[in-house]
Every structure is written in C-alpha cells, then in structure tokens.
Design a protein around this ligand. Structure first.
Ligand code: FES
Ligand code: FES
Length: 174
C-alpha cells in the first residue's frame, strides 16, 4: 500500500493509528508541515491531497492509499519559490514562520475552491458564475489558519496579490 508524497512513492505505515501529519514529519522527515494544536483548530498542519487542502493532524495516513500528497516541500524550494511564497516575503506575511507552510498550502487549495465556484459563508450571490476573491472572501476562507504572531494583514495582502494576478496556482511542484 503506497501513496505519493511530493511526487515520490511512500509506503503507508503498518500502524493504522499514525496520522498523516506524523507520517510526513516523523517518518519521512519533512518538517515543513507543522504540529500546532494537533486537534484541528489552528491549520498549521495543512497539506494538499490531490490538490485539496486538509488538516493532516486529523487524518490517518492509511486513508490515503493511492493519493497524491503535497507538503510545503513540494510547493516550492528556496531556489524556486512558488509565487505565493515570494508574495509572503514581499508583504511581510510571516514573523516566526510557524504557521506559514500551512497558510501557503491552505491558500493554494482555497484558490482552487474559488475557481471551482465553491461558496463560502460570506459569498453574497450563490448563483454567480464566478466568485470575486474579495478580502472578505479571502479572510473568511483562510479563517481556519491562525497566525499566533498576528500577521494576518500581510498574509491576506500576499494572497490577494497573487489571486488577483491569477498566477496562484500553477499546480504545486511534485
Ligand atoms: S496541528 Fe492540525 S489543526 Fe492544528
Ligand atoms: S508567523 Fe508566527 S504564527 Fe504565523
């Protein structure tokens, strides 16, 4: 039983109790994905599974046989930043950086949700063919990702720039 993580095949753990978060951090030694609350409340552990954002602390690794998992290490590298990573730097979207991998993975998945027309709690017109990525939309959709340093304004500035430039989401690197 295998899945792929950042494009590489990975064997699923024998212990069915291992979370996806612990698989990537402890078994695969990919420390970019962070363990904040470990109970679904902070978003620090957000990764992409087949392009959709999930909280890896609440997911068991064995659920993902045959699926494609992307962590922050698969989104960009220091020499080849994802456009959103560059925008976070430009807009001071982080301080300590602990929440940042989760913020970026979440924003990538979130932008795909907007493109697919998935409404949020603040979407005014549920019948509109396109959802405008207003700041209210972005704040609502990113509300599951907490930043203990309080850099939410910079985070939303960075996401807004990339979403409005329509360059968010080249597919994440595999
Ligand atoms: S560590 Fe998963 S939501 Fe906080
Ligand atoms: S940058 Fe420190 S928690 Fe967000």
């Amino acid at each position: 039983m295998t899945m792929t993580v950042n494009g590489s095949p990975v064997s699923l753990p024998h212990d069915a109790r291992v979370s996806l978060l612990d698989l990537v951090r402890e078994h695969l030694h990919l420390p970019g994905t962070k363990k904040g609350c470990n109970q679904g409340a902070c978003g620090a552990c957000t990764v992409l599974v087949d392009g959709e954002r999930i909280l890896s602390c609440l997911a068991l690794a064995v659920q993902f046989e045959g699926r494609s998992v992307t962590t922050i290490e698969g989104v960009g590298t220091p020499g080849a930043l994802h456009p959103l990573q560059a925008a976070f730097i430009e807009h001071d979207g982080f301080q300590c950086g602990y929440c940042t991998p989760g913020q970026i993975c979440s924003a990538i998945g979130m932008a795909q949700e907007i493109r697919r027309g998935v409404p949020s709690h603040v979407t005014a017109d549920l019948a509109a063919p396109d959802i405008a990525p207003t700041r209210d939309e972005l704040r609502e959709r990113m509300s599951g990702n907490l930043c203990r340093c309080g850099t939410h304004n910079g985070i939303i500035d960075a996401i807004a720039e990339i979403v409005s430039a329509d360059v968010l989401l080249p597919e994440p690197a595999q």
